[in-house]
Design a protein. Structure first.
Lengths: 95, 392
């Protein structure tokens, strides 16, 4: 079974490589395979996702890495510190 | 602050909740001056959109005044008056860069839930379940607006809330539905559903140059608005004319409309005998989320080679989808949540220039504290309700 997971980031390969080394989001993951995405769509990041449970976690890490690199921040629906755990759509500080 | 919260199926309450706070550097906090209830809020109210939780703040159509900004909100300043688009979009990813803001790749913190339902995640949406991010909504006194450097439209001129509030969703949504039809002049367009989005789809089709625009609904007062205010040339009341496909063909000389816009979505109520009963049973037992009569009729009525434009909201799965007609008639299917950010400026200019005054759909105005009554009035179409505006 293919255990690879991938995400495309709209940034040049050099930027992605540099950000990967500095990022805490993807700390602990093996070195990724990077490829230029077709049609000037940035850089594809391919990594080993491991088992089924691990794969969801890795996908989350890749998603937040992409968010940080493309937007400068990790999307949060409220004030959760890790950006992973999400709570009801209530105002920040509701709990 | 006071906010409208979801408390289970058919129940909303206005409660005291903590004020929103700046969470990320590109956030702003908006003090809301006007907000509205959307037809798609009724899908939440009725319990057909999964992943709602008790206490979720509703509302995705709102505008107001910026009262706080994070350090990276660009030109946006405290005191600016803004209309906020309902899709939350980063402006940086490939989708946003391509103008596909409702498909933003970064704004949904619950992308993992959306991927399971749809294969991919789409943009976060204010006050619209955890599938689209779990962001608190705008039927409240204040809201946190992420990526505030990208989304909000700054209003530099004096213009009343009523004229611009619907730039947040329903006017651009209706406009995009008409734009999907590829109108170049002289077309016949049918619009299924004469609710607020349908009204704007009709008005937009007229603005874009359609020659014949047929409004379809079950409520005469909505059809009168479609004809007298939005500019429909023909109206069809399904209560009188249940054979919709035949009627639309006849109205278009047997050709069928060049395009049909589905502004109904997942809770169609057009009675259709056995198939309707089948849908009601499936949906009531939660084994089908989407009652598909409007979409089925659109596909059967449209002329061969025509366009079916889907802007009514669907949430999950429907049965008895007419794939044979879809394929053999060579239909182009266009769909999507509106890329509001793309339309804000050009449609604002149309309003400012007097081409259209979107406030014609407003039938009810209430204080925010009366939101529970407003939902009931809107849902049951009491008192000839088309659109409710709430004032915090």
């Amino acid at each position: 079974m293919n255990t690879k997971v991938a995400v495309t980031v709209l940034k040049p390969r050099d930027d992605v490589e540099r950000a990967w080394r500095a990022s805490s989001e993807v700390a602990g993951l093996d070195a990724p395979q990077l490829r230029d995405a077709p049609g000037d769509r940035g850089t594809e990041i391919h990594v080993d996702g491991g088992g089924k449970v691990a794969r969801e976690k890795v996908k989350g890490q890749l998603r937040r890495f992409k968010q940080q690199l493309e937007t400068g921040e990790v999307a949060r629906a409220e004030g959760s510190e890790d950006g992973v755990r999400q709570s009801p759509a209530q105002a920040a500080g509701a709990r | 602050m006071r906010a409208t919260v979801w408390s289970g199926r058919n129940t909303v309450q206005v409660e005291n909740v903590p004020d929103p706070q700046i969470v990320n550097r590109r956030d702003a906090i908006v003090r809301i001056t006007s907000t509205a209830i959307c037809g798609s809020d009724l899908h939440l109210y009725d319990g057909y959109i999964p992943t709602m939780k008790h206490g979720d703040i509703l509302g995705h159509e709102f505008m107001g005044e910026v009262v706080e900004v994070g350090p990276d909100t660009g030109d946006l300043k405290v005191g600016d008056r803004v209309v906020v688009p309902f899709p939350i979009a980063c402006g940086n990813c490939w989708s946003c860069q391509s103008g596909l803001f409702s498909l933003c790749e970064n704004s949904n913190p619950n992308a993992v839930i959306a991927e399971k339902a749809f294969g991919h995640s789409t943009a976060g949406i204010f006050g619209y379940s955890h599938l689209t991010g779990g962001y608190p909504g705008g039927q409240a006194e204040y809201a946190r607006v992420p990526y505030a450097d990208v989304g909000p439209l700054k209003l530099d001129e004096e213009i009343e809330d009523d004229k611009v509030l619907f730039l947040s969703d329903i006017f651009p949504t209706g406009y995009m539905g008409a734009e999907f039809c590829g109108i170049t002049g002289g077309e016949s367009i049918a619009v299924l559903g004469a609710g607020p989005v349908g009204q704007f789809a009709i008005a937009s089709a007229v603005m874009l140059g359609a020659e014949q625009v047929i409004a379809v609904d079950r409520h005469d007062y909505r059809l009168q608005m479609a004809r007298n205010r939005a500019g429909a040339t023909d109206i069809v009341n399904l209560e009188d004319e249940p054979e919709l496909v035949e009627r639309l063909k006849e109205l278009t000389g047997g050709r069928g409309p060049d395009a049909v816009i589905d502004a109904v979505g997942m809770e169609a109520t057009h009675a259709h005998g056995l198939l309707h009963t089948f849908d009601r049973v499936k949906q009531a037992s939660r084994s089908e989320t989407d009652r598909g009569e409007a979409l089925r009729d659109a596909i059967l009525a449209v002329r061969p080679g025509g366009v079916v434009s889907v802007i009514g909201v669907y949430g999950g799965l429907m049965d008895k989808f007419p794939t044979g007609a879809l394929m053999n008639k060579g239909i182009t299917l266009r769909t999507g949540q509106c890329h509001v950010q793309r339309y804000l400026r050009p449609l604002y200019e149309r309003i400012r220039d007097g081409d259209i005054d979107p406030s014609f759909v407003i039938t009810h105005r209430l204080g925010l504290d009366l939101a529970p009554d407003a939902y009931e009035t809107f849902k049951h179409k009491l008192d000839e309700c088309v659109k409710v505006v709430l004032t915090p």
